[in-house]
Design a protein around this ligand. Structure first.
Ligand code: G3H
Length: 539
């Protein structure tokens, strides 16, 4: 990448291929409460793309649209609607059979599929994710919903029987918890939001749903499907400034489960506001600072390839990204040479360009990355890749910092972007102590070829983090694998099947094994009088 290419990274309107053009700005005034798309007369918030275009007046960011800046009043109305739809567990949705709820979700998925083109394009424009990754995010979400349905069918089949233990007949199923507040992150505004929203819904909870910012506009094409596919009040959407519309919800004590993917600071603040702490269940995906450890005998081609993917896929804006690299001093020079060469070969550009990796970032992020780089430079690191850290509006060219050390902000702060600190080490205790003392405990990647050494690292590291990746970057997938973290990185587990558990509770109907009870239970089951006490088997 040449400097002049960075300075001319943004294109003019005419250079955008027609299939990726942004349509006229969306003026969204609707929000969904109690099955009605209400019309908002109040203030709107502009949603601007991180993608700039060249105009006769210079570079300007593209306007995607506007959405309602709701207030605490509408937010509380959304909560009331969800509370009423749950109706203390007596609502239509929580008492429906699992098979019926699955039908609603399937209907929603058909409607969602029809909106693929529109949603993928909005996703790309809103967060600057490459077209290829935006399409992958959409498809992965559809697959996630399908896998969730399959997992719930399995769960329900296992629960469709009675057990008799110690003279007690029982049927054990999972029941909903109540009202869920679901908020996902802006780096995976669709996939990660749905990884909490869909399990919450399918288990019979009613939901207040706040889309992330950026990431609001891509939900506009789904509003009617939310309204049409679920009973009134089951899905309610709120928009606006999180600091205005979310704080009023928690103190009511009416939120039963918080599904949140974001920062631990925000999660702590939300939890503290709930008046009955142990009544609030939480499924949280929080920040991480996953290290990569490159051992002296690592296969360097492979290690560099995986470290590039780990640090710079989607500009490093993944909670699972490798955010700090420890490289053995014996091989650090060769590693740096290969790594910076690989950074140089990454394609930078607009998200619709084929094979692009480095794309524009949300407004304000480049300034923060420059601060991190300047701080590291003042404490002894250099930017070792040519033109690293060059900024053009929202575009930030990756900066590789070497040698990084513990005094730098980048050592502990989760950068969430294309700044890569590299630390040389002689003694394995250096990276191990980093992990032990870190506030985070999501994953680690270790690169090496000596089975004894790798094994000796695996055993202690599995007690520090929740996934140890061998010669592979850190990642969430496959979605059937448990996704979680220790310390400030997560609460609960969010795989396809674990998420179903996170948003529900095991509940039993039990009776002493006497003739009159057996006759009554048989009658209830035979005559299909209950949705819970039932041996119906979902095919
Ligand atoms: O932002 C965190 C995501 O869960 C990362 O998912 O590893 O599939 O990119 P991924």
């Amino acid at each position: 990448m040449k400097l002049e290419q960075i300075h001319s990274i943004f294109l003019d309107e005419a250079s955008i291929p027609p299939e990726y053009q942004l349509n006229d700005p969306i003026c969204q005034r609707q929000y969904l409460i109690n099955g009605e798309l209400r019309y908002w007369e109040g203030a709107l918030q502009e949603s601007r793309s991180p993608i700039y275009v060249k105009t006769s007046n210079g570079l300007t960011s593209k306007l995607i649209g506007e959405f309602p800046l709701l207030t605490a009043t509408e937010s509380l109305q959304a909560l009331d609607a969800a509370v009423a739809a749950y109706n203390s567990g007596r609502g239509v949705w929580p008492t429906m059979t699992v098979a019926q709820r699955i039908e609603h979700i399937q209907e929603f998925t058909y409607r969602m599929r029809d909106k693929r083109t529109e949603i993928v394009n909005l996703l790309m424009w809103e967060i600057g994710k490459s077209y290829q990754d935006s399409a992958k995010e959409f498809d992965r979400t559809i697959d996630y919903i399908g896998a969730t349905i399959d997992a719930l069918k399995d769960l329900d089949r296992v629960s469709s029987r009675f057990v008799i233990e110690e003279g007690i007949i029982g049927q054990i199923r999972r029941s909903p918890l109540g009202v869920a507040l679901c908020m996902g992150p802006c780096n995976y505004p669709l996939n990660e939001t749905f990884s909490i929203f869909i399990p919450a819904l399918i288990m019979g909870n009613t939901v207040v749903f706040k889309p992330p910012r950026p990431g609001v506009m891509l939900y506009y094409p789904l509003l009617e499907a939310f309204r049409d596919c679920f009973p009134p009040g089951v899905v309610n959407t709120v928009y606006g400034q999180g600091s205005v519309i979310i704080p009023p919800l928690m103190p009511t004590g009416k939120i039963d489960i918080l599904g949140f993917i974001g920062s631990s600071r925000a999660a702590n603040n939300l939890k503290k506001q709930h008046p009955r702490l142990h009544r609030l269940r939480c499924a949280l995906g929080l920040e991480a600072k996953n290290p990569g450890i490159v051992l002296a005998d690592a296969d360097l081609e492979l290690a560099v390839k995986e470290c590039i993917l780990g640090t710079l896929s989607y500009n490093g804006q993944r909670c699972t990204a490798l955010k700090i690299l420890f490289v053995h001093r014996d091989i650090v020079d060769v590693f740096l040479e290969k790594f910076t060469e690989a950074v140089k070969n990454l394609k930078c550009g607009m998200p619709w360009e084929k094979g692009v990796t480095i794309t524009p970032l949300p407004e304000g992020r480049a300034k923060y990355f420059t601060e991190l780089v300047e701080d590291a430079k003042s404490l002894g690191a250099e930017v070792i890749n040519k033109d690293g850290g060059t900024v053009n509006e929202t575009f930030f060219y990756p900066a590789v910092l070497y040698p990084a050390n513990q005094n730098m902000k980048i050592y502990t702060e989760e950068q969430f972007g294309p700044v890569i600190p590299i630390i040389p080490f002689d003694d394995l205790e250096t990276p191990i102590q980093y992990i032990v003392n870190s506030d985070y405990g999501q994953q680690v990647s270790i690169f090496g070829t000596d089975a004894d050494l790798i094994a000796s690292l695996v055993d202690p590291l599995v007690n520090q983090v929740c996934r140890v990746n061998i010669n592979s970057q850190c990642q969430r997938g496959p979605d059937s694998f448990p996704f979680n973290g220790r310390k400030d990185s997560a609460e609960g587990t969010l795989s396809v099947s674990d998420a179903l558990r996170a948003f529900s509770i095991r509940t039993i109907v039990a009776a002493k094994d006497i003739t009159s009870n057996k006759e009554m239970i048989s009658k209830i089951v035979r005559e299909h009088k209950s949705n819970f006490l039932s041996t119906n088997f979902i095919m």
